[in-house]
Design a protein around this ligand. Structure first.
Ligand code: PBG
Length: 316
């Protein structure tokens, strides 16, 4: 494993204040734009090549249609523009999904019966893609799992002249219990409900490997430039399948809950943090991931700098 293989997901928040801690993700913060620039500059100097931006949108700017997603002066687009100007060589990955912007926390708009409406969501995602590219995002990453969105996003990008903008497709994204800390971080879970939001009509069943295979194939055919499997460590078989089947780069997302469980056990003294971190990332790499989104990217960059952690992992 090399630092070049790592993409750091970063949470952005409005304002100019201090970084905000996220309770279920030790050492991860929501950053106002000025702190985001500082952090990215520092990590870019240590060798970080790419970040994936996720906004925490204030509740008062959310609505049931997620209209904030198409405001070209929204938080994440402002962050992208500022960051691109400050550090042009840093690769920016921009998520396309409505969950930061909807009051109900779903990744799309709802139909009259309360289900996510696939086709009208795809139209919005394709517009989001163009706005993201206009703001300097290099790679758009639809994380919504709607059907047919890759082709539509590609078409809109090409028609607006963004032929170089790449698409990282969240292709095999499972309806996982490991997204909880992320939903705390971006505020996409209902504060007054204890049950987690149910995305099973569009995310994959953890039991269904063949459906994951079909989704990967569809996204490849529709023109994705990268295929993603998410979460990572619980789905190493799917990563291996993707690596053996497709010639595109395979990306794995070691998600918030994978990060949190290692930290939680380490804080109790039950597991060794750095050893578990490296074993987990090594396994993901070994199973065939070319690139890994991981909240540990910062820790790895800093400890490599100090000579603390040796990777020991071979690339596959
Ligand atoms: C939603 C989105 C999610 C994550 C990335 N984009 C959560 C969800 O589907 O509810 C999860 C990432 C993580 O847990 O680290 N578009």
């Amino acid at each position: 494993m090399q630092v070049d293989d790592l993409i750091l997901p970063i949470f952005v928040v409005e304002g100019e204040g201090e970084p905000e801690p996220i309770e279920s993700m030790p050492n991860v913060f929501r950053l106002p734009i000025p702190r985001l620039i500082e952090k990215c500059r520092e990590l870019h100097d240590l060798g970080l090549r790419a970040v994936a931006l996720f906004p925490k949108v204030p509740t008062k700017k959310k609505d049931d249609q997620g209209t904030g997603a198409l405001n070209q002066n929204n938080l994440v687009l402002n962050a992208a523009r500022t960051l691109k100007q400050a550090i042009p060589e840093l690769i920016l990955v921009g998520d396309l999904a409505l969950d930061p912007y909807t009051t109900h926390g779903h990744d799309g708009v709802l139909d009259l019966s309360g289900n996510v409406d696939n086709d009208s969501t795809v139209t919005i995602l394709a517009e989001m893609g163009v706005l993201a590219a206009n703001a300097g995002i290099d790679i758009v990453a639809p994380s919504d799992m709607m059907d047919g969105r890759i082709a539509e996003i590609r078409r809109n990008l090409d028609e607006s002249g963004h032929i170089e903008t790449a698409i990282l497709a969240y292709s095999a994204k499972f309806a996982s219990a490991y997204y909880g800390p992320f939903r705390e971080a971006v505020g996409s879970k209902c504060p007054d409900s204890n049950s987690s939001i149910d995305k099973r009509t569009y995310q994959l069943s953890p039991a269904n490997a063949r459906e994951a295979q079909r989704e990967l194939l569809l996204d490849e055919k529709e023109g994705a430039d990268f295929l993603m499997v998410k979460p990572a460590e619980p789905y190493l078989d799917v990563i291996r399948y993707a690596r053996d089947t497709f010639n595109l780069p395979i990306v794995a997302y070691q998600v918030s809950g994978e990060y949190a469980r290692i930290w939680a056990a380490a804080e109790r003294g039950w597991l060794e943090l750095d050893a578990c971190m490296m074993e987990s990332l090594t396994s993901i790499k070994r199973s065939g991931a070319d690139l890994i989104l991981t909240y540990f990217a910062e820790r790895i960059l800093r400890s490599r700098h100090l000579g603390g952690i040796s990777s020991g992992a071979e690339s596959s």
